[in-house]
Design a protein around this ligand. Sequence first.
Ligand code: ASP
Ligand code: MG
Length: 428
Amino acid sequence: MKVFKFGGASVKDAKAVKNVAEILKLFPKENILVVISAMGKVTNALERLTDAIFYPAKNVANGKEDASKVLAEIKKYHFDIIGELFPSKNHPIYNEISNTFVELDWAVDDTPTENYNYEYDKIVSMGEIISTKIVHAYLKEVGLNSQWKDVRDFIQTDNTYREGKVDWELTQSLVDQHLVSEIKNGAIIVTQGFIGGTSENFTTTLGREGSDYTAAILAYTTNAESVTIWKDVPGVLNADPKWFDETKKLEQISYQDAIELAYYGATVIHPKTIKPLQNKKIPLLVKSFLNPSEKGTIINEIQSPLPIPCFIFKVNQVLISISPKDFSFIAEENFSNIFNLFAEKQVKVNVMQNSAISFSVSVDADERKLPDLIKTLQKQYRVLYNDNLELITIRYYDQATIDRVTIDKKVLLEVKSRYTVQLVVKPL
Ligand code: ASP
Ligand code: MG
């Protein structure tokens, strides 16, 4: 069996959904497990909806959005797509999706009782439930042998809402009991990316952009022959075309390089995706949904390093420099204390460096998490910070490439290892 993952962009409108069906038709005799994300930018819209529900007062004060308006927008977006896919208004999908939206209607009408993260998962997960219902109905409409499955019946997590930790043992046994037997006779099984369920039947999410990870979990537990991520790019490029004019497609990448690139922030693959695949040596293909017959990139068990430098560019970086207030050394006790605070406030360190009396880290500028962390650090340390910076990571660097990317930039921090250099820079 093959696992296919279609992200938001690949189901962003009726034309895109039709294209998914065309791609599936290219594999008539295969068993395929299809993992689908929410359509287009629906997850962002559902995040806005959660905020509008949770902080109505704040939203009004900021002149921000009204929850029922946001929900109306989300409904319209989906029903426009359904309208194009299913011209007959009697098609059962209209009722089915209206009924599915009832849960969000309730969320808007009622005052939230639980904590933010719990409600977030309940609301935001609906994007995937709705997208898979629509795509499944369309696949059946065009004669494909599609079955819809609720992934929450298989992927079990703990109750760390918004960042559910997978219970691998339980997930494996549920997949063995209820999923494996369905994978036969050219079946297409459509299920949701990004979401999971707890033992009490609550919904969790696996972290933003988590659908790739879902594909990897299901490939691992079903011993799939491969995973294909269908994207709007021809494969994995050596740099993001958003930032670089000249990019090259990489033909083949080792698991090792792929996990490093994803870790440093290459957005083509979610960082958690590689480990399950590497552990079972399942190849990962990244291919274009616009040109499905093109080769794309294959990530597998090869030893050779990448032939060209790869660039990962992150904007909106804040460089925080932390030092003891009394000019004492920054030593092991400080480190464990500082790292605990970062973990507690859920701020991820992108790069770090230390000297005798100071410790510097670059982190994403997150207005929800960072101010609180800085305030807490300031109670014990002298804290300086510099924002609006960029973090450039080059894997397989040489001096010429460093010089090229740092033209017109002031380098504030540079960390080099054998294969990778990271530069925190300020545009001049
Ligand atoms: N829909 C989710 C998100 O946008 C998961 C995914 O797209 O992978 O974060
Ligand atoms: Mg997405």
